[in-house]
Design a protein around this ligand. Sequence first.
Ligand code: DX5
Ligand code: ZN
Length: 218
Amino acid sequence: SREPMIAPSLLSADFARLAEETQRVADADWLHVDVMDAHFVPNLTLGLPVVEAIQAVSPVPLDCHLMIEDPERWAPGYAQVGAHNVTVHAEACTDPRAVARDIRAAGALAGLAIKPGTPLDQYLDVLPDYDTLLVMSVEPGFGGQSFIPDVLAKVRTARELVDTGHLKLLVEIDGGINADTIEQAAEAGVDVFVAGSAVYGADDPAKAIAALRAQAAA
Ligand code: DX5
Ligand code: ZN
């Protein structure tokens, strides 16, 4: 079976101790970094200079989730500073294919994110240009929200297209993933599990990662 990948979200970490917080999840597969611009979502987090600083100290490859307007303009910069995967929101792109090309040309994997209410069908034709598909299972903007199980239908569709060879990408899920929800997401076919509060809210983040990984693999 697939090897589940766990990507703790730094959004739930202590922003005054970012370097230490990257060390606490050193055994994760990816470190998920939520970039928000107070326009695409009603919250503001951090941007390129801070991501560059995190990249310099993180033992884990960065998975940048850009919840921003005008991703065409900003996304390649995150690849240039060394992010492993750079994900843009489909709803914010005017030409999703061009963005993917620019991210890949700058040296990163390219990811396409869709909000809970955004249909997958509408983007099937651009997905061959992407390496990851991020299915949001909460409305983007904040950590600690409840998982929306309806989005698993989109995960199943994507899984099927990958398993039948029609698409080649990693299926990622983001929002409300914890010990109570990760099994249903795994069953639907997720490859990469983002978890913010479930990892950084735990007394021992390393233990929480191991437990989530074991549950997803079961
Ligand atoms: C929400 C962010 C998520 C968030 C997940 O907009 O994209 O990555 O950090 O946090 P939890 O796992 O607590 O739902
Ligand atoms: Zn995210």
